[in-house]
Design a protein around this ligand. Structure first.
Ligand code: SF4
Length: 450
């Protein structure tokens, strides 16, 4: 494939948006292996050919088509999509038809650069004449990642529920891995078990997702948990607990964060990372919160039409938010009776804690408000250490770092910043080791959360 100068910008309107995905290949970036595969399984049950992209196979491709000023997730995903399309073109030869592909790249309002990835990647794809037909399917946080428009003639509500449940169960599978791996009877068993289980549950989503038969899927998860418990060595004492927050892509993708969780585990931690469902819940919650603020103003200013619009938004976002929260609470409750995985944070509770500390506000937005409040929650729950992981130069990550350091100092909880770029950081292991020494000191003094 040879790049040419992109012809114009009209494709920013025509080539990015929400497209009907039925019978198309929907390409999903591998932000987190378990979550992406279960999400894809849920979409496949609606006759969408959802495929998860391999990741970090050719970082040089990403480097070649970015300038160095973009955030790390942009570089990685640009490399991943180009790598896939190059391979697919070689595989199919003359039969390759770019119109059959939709590359899924969600966006958020910012104020950081996440809203610009898909535009940038559109320009990159357009610079290859043979890839101009590949669409970029962009879900946005502005409508709480509504999937409206991706399917025709099907219940979009059923579709949304299945997609969200894929994310939720992917998070749970991650938590099962973090609960078992530090105590495994033989090194490597957990990873093999989780990979196998992920495929079984993805198949279950494919079979049960479109009917929203979630109890059946949870039955399969329960069977898997019983198998997983046999890997735990009961003779190993519970280890200190470390909570990880940060930028969603980097904290969720092991390849991008230099396998941070396993490094911490190697030095004696049991780790819990903030979930992906937390971000989805936050976007619905935040839209509902914005609509409430507008409603108060419009009532004061006696604008009946806007009041009706605000009430509708509150209802729509509220329906999503409360449904998501209900499913999350119910699923964790059911599975936590089989294995003591960590519960997820509740967004409204995070906001209350942030207001109480008065160090940041949900009014500012971005992931910083979830990361800072997540750290406060971990500290309050008796975690023995906390880590903030983010791409080098990430705006919300840096804001979190500046606020969290003195705050965690006040809580007397060990805190570590782990900025990431594409280079391997030889000092990472040493910093983690020092941090884990402090974690063990905290553990000796305070014990750990039950
Ligand atoms: S959250 Fe950080 S890494 Fe992600 S787009 Fe914003 S600045 Fe970049």
């Amino acid at each position: 494939m040879k790049p040419q100068k992109a012809a114009g910008f009209q494709s920013l309107n025509e080539g990015i948006g929400v497209f009907n995905a039925k019978e198309k290949h929907l390409l999903i970036p591998q932000m987190n292996r378990n979550v992406s595969h279960l999400f894809a399984g849920a979409l496949r049950s609606f006759d969408i050919h959802a495929r998860v992209l391999e990741t970090c196979k050719d970082l040089d491709l990403g480097r070649e088509y970015t300038s160095g000023k973009e955030c790390l997730p942009c570089l990685i995903t640009t490399g991943d999509i180009l790598y896939f399309l190059k391979k697919e073109r070689n595989r199919l030869g003359e039969d390759f038809n770019p119109d059959n592909y939709i590359y899924c790249m969600p966006e958020s309002d910012g104020p950081c650069r996440f809203g610009m990835y898909n535009k940038y990647q559109r320009i990159v794809l357009d610079s290859f004449p043979e890839l101009r037909g590949v669409k970029i399917g962009s879900l946005t946080s502005r409508d709480g990642y509504s999937l409206d428009g991706m399917l025709e003639g099907e219940s979009i509500w059923k579709f949304r529920k299945a997609a969200y449940f894929g994310i939720l169960v992917g998070d749970i599978l991650n938590r099962i891995a973090w609960r078992i791996r530090p105590y495994e009877i033989e090194e490597g068993l957990t990873d093999q078990f989780i990979e196998r289980s992920m495929r079984v549950i993805a198949d279950s989503f494919e079979a049960n997702g479109s009917e929203n038969n979630f109890n059946r899927i949870l039955d399969h998860v329960e069977e898997i948990i019983e198998e997983g418990k046999t890997i735990i060595d009961p003779a190993i004492q519970r280890k200190p607990l470390v909570g990880v927050v940060g930028e969603i892509f980097i904290r969720s993708q092991n390849e991008a964060n230099q396998d941070l969780v396993k490094t911490l585990e190697r030095h004696g931690a049991e780790v819990v990372v903030a979930s992906i469902a937390e971000w989805v819940n936050y976007t619905s919650y935040n839209r509902m919160r914005d609509a409430r603020t507008d409603l108060r103003l419009n009532i004061k200013q006696l604008r009946p039409r806007q009041v009706i619009r605000n009430l509708k938004s509150i209802f729509d976002f509220g329906k999503n938010f409360y449904y998501q929260q209900f499913m999350q609470t119910r699923s964790y409750k059911r599975l936590r009776s089989s294995i003591d995985i960590a519960e997820d944070h509740k967004v409204a509770h995070l906001e209350k804690m942030l207001d109480r500390e008065d160090v940041f506000s949900f009014d500012v937005g971005t992931e910083a408000c979830l990361s800072i409040s997540g750290l406060i929650a971990y500290a309050g729950q008796g975690f023995n250490g906390v880590v903030n992981v983010y791409p080098f130069t990430c705006m919300p990550g840096t804001v979190t770092s500046s606020i969290a350091k003195p705050l965690m100092n006040r809580y007397r909880v060990p805190y570590l910043d782990t900025p990431c770029d594409t280079g391997l950081q030889p000092g990472r292991e040493g910093t983690v080791r020092t941090f884990m020494y402090q974690v063990y000191q905290h553990f000796k003094r305070n014990g750990r959360k039950n």
